[in-house]
Design a protein around this ligand. Structure first.
Ligand code: HEM
Length: 210
């Protein structure tokens, strides 16, 4: 990847992550952006733990794709790799729990697919590293991180979804007003982000090499 594009992507990833995490750094459940289920007293605890550990996965994963870092600091690559795999496993399982408390079925199914793909691709990448099959390890870890990045793309895509939504409604708000539009969009943005990332990553992995 060209250096400028790489730096811009890192700034975007960190910026979007900070905005997403911000309401949860106070550990005050009143600031939660999702509705907490009163029948599940640990909902907020599981949510904040998921977010904290997912952030570790997001940051530790960022370093792994820098070729010079990998070559010069192999010990660090392996250590951060372990941190990444453990954090995906922990945060993915917590994400799976949260899926059952998501308010909307379309959204819940997106998170279910996302959790399972996150756990599966990361596990495959880890197993290939243990077996010393480094080419397959690289391929599956790129897929795993593409799934991690759905947390970013699904948020970045929201303004585009708003535009498409309004265009499809003749640039008028639906009968339920702005709130209905936001709800409708937040029920599908994870699907859109997931689809986009999977297409881009497979295109990248399957492209003919010179
Ligand atoms: C890629 C695998 C991931 C899965 C399967 C997953 C799963 C979930 C689920 C099920 C929820 C609850 C949503 C709801 O009830 O409406 C949630 C919320 C959340 N997750 Fe994740 N997540 C993932 C990655 C991440 C990452 C990498 C971050 C870090 C930036 C993150 C940050 C958040 C935040 C901030 C929330 C609270 C919702 C909000 O305020 O927007 N997640 N996640």
């Amino acid at each position: 990847m060209n250096k400028k594009l790489g730096i811009l992507s890192i700034i975007l990833i960190i910026g979007v992550a900070i905005a997403a995490i911000f309401p949860y750094v106070t550990f005050n459940s009143a600031n939660s952006r999702i509705t907490l289920d009163v029948d599940f007293p640990l909902h907020y605890t599981v949510l904040t733990l998921h977010i904290a550990v997912a952030t570790i996965a997001l940051i530790s994963g960022l370093f792994q794709f820098h070729a010079r870092f990998r070559a010069s600091y192999t010990v660090w690559h392996k250590a951060l790799g372990r941190v990444y795999v453990i954090s995906v496993m922990v945060s993915g399982i917590l994400g799976l729990v949260l899926t059952f408390y998501a308010e909307n079925f379309t959204k819940a199914m997106a998170f279910l697919a996302l959790s399972l793909l996150w756990l599966f691709t990361t596990w495959k990448g880890f197993r290939y590293a243990v077996k010393g099959e480094l080419q397959q390890h690289r391929v599956w870890m790129i897929r795993s991180y593409a799934v991690t990045l759905v947390a970013i793309t699904s948020r970045v895509i929201v303004p585009v979804c708003i535009l498409v939504y309004l265009a499809m409604h003749g640039f008028k708000l639906p009968s339920g007003g702005r709130a209905q539009m936001v709800t409708d969009i937040l029920n599908i943005n994870v699907w859109v982000g997931l689809l986009m990332n999977l297409v881009v990553v497979e295109w990248y992995l399957l492209r003919p090499r010179k």
